[in-house]
Design a protein around this ligand. Structure first.
Ligand code: SF4
Length: 71
């Protein structure tokens, strides 16, 4: 049986660069010189799921989504 996978997404049309997400998940998100988030490629490790969910809930623009796909 395959494990489910996690993907963290930012809607760039909504994000306005508060940068909270990068503070909450620095292992996965960093900021460009203008303060907008850049996410690492690929599946988010399950070890970062809790921090990623905090970023989802605390983004003031509701611009982040965590997608969990069944295996
Ligand atoms: S917290 Fe939300 S609005 Fe701020 S940089 Fe991250 S995705 Fe964009």
């Amino acid at each position: 049986m395959r494990k489910s996978s996690l993907k963290l997404l930012v809607d760039e049309t909504i994000c306005d660069g508060h940068g909270i997400c990068a503070e909450l998940v620095p292992e996965w998100i960093y900021l460009d010189p203008f303060g907008f988030p850049i996410l690492r490629e690929g599946e988010l490790p399950f070890s970062l799921k809790e921090h990623a969910l905090r970023a989802v809930y605390e983004c003031p623009k509701l611009a982040i989504a965590l997608i969990e796909s069944p295996g």
